[in-house]
Design a protein. Sequence first.
Length: 227
Amino acid sequence: MRLVLLGPPGVGKGTQAARLGLRFGVPHVSTGEMFREALSQKTPLGMEAQKYMDAGKLVPDDITIGLVRERLSRPGVSSGFILDGFPRNLVQARALEDVLRDLGAALDAAVSIEAGTETVVRRLSGRRQCRRCGAVYHVEFNPPSEPGRCPKCGGELYQRDDDREETVRERLRVYMAETEPVIEFYRQRGLLVSVDGERDIDEVTQSIISALKEGNAVEESVSDGDS
Ligand code: ADP
Ligand code: AMP
């Protein structure tokens, strides 16, 4: 299973990618997480990426594409991946085609998760992430059992710097200008699957799996049951 998840910041790509990764037994590959990890380890890549992330801009294509090419060439992704946060513009979308062609692989689908600006702003402002294991929660929609503590590993939950209001506005602008055209790119290739992201987390997972089945990207034997 090789999927790309598309949609505005805060729509639920990371949340759904983690669930779909478990369901299909393939890794969740998030470029945003790769940059955040590099930053927490203070590597040169992390320090360079931080300048763009803090400003709500895209990290330059040469850096991001190189990172994805390397990640998708590792053995752990030979049976598939759920790619979240990449591609974010048309240059990256074409580069992904090249990377996959070189690997002799192809995408099964590009899933566009759709929700309005009001919804994504609410989701971003309440998002909390674990510093240790990276799990994502929401203070209202997916609250941890103990505020500020990760139920999975006990790590500290924090609010991402780029979820501040001014940065969110810029990220949404960048999304509309640069990333939205990627949806049309995949529509033209017959790979696009669109789902309503306004519904709750379980319902969105179910609609993605159902939509993939309708498009024959998933074997009927994969259960529609609990996620
Ligand atoms: P993205 O990866 O697209 O930026 P996330 O998966 O991090 O988005 O989700 C953003 C926030 O919204 C998180 O706090 C997450 O818990 C919450 N969330 C995700 N999906 C839903 C949903 N369907 N309904 C309500 N809250 C959601
Ligand atoms: P995300 O975790 O997907 O919300 O990404 C957080 C930030 O990382 C973005 O706002 C960008 O600054 C950077 N980033 C993540 N993925 C990409 C990408 N594909 N291209 C460029 N920048 C990216």
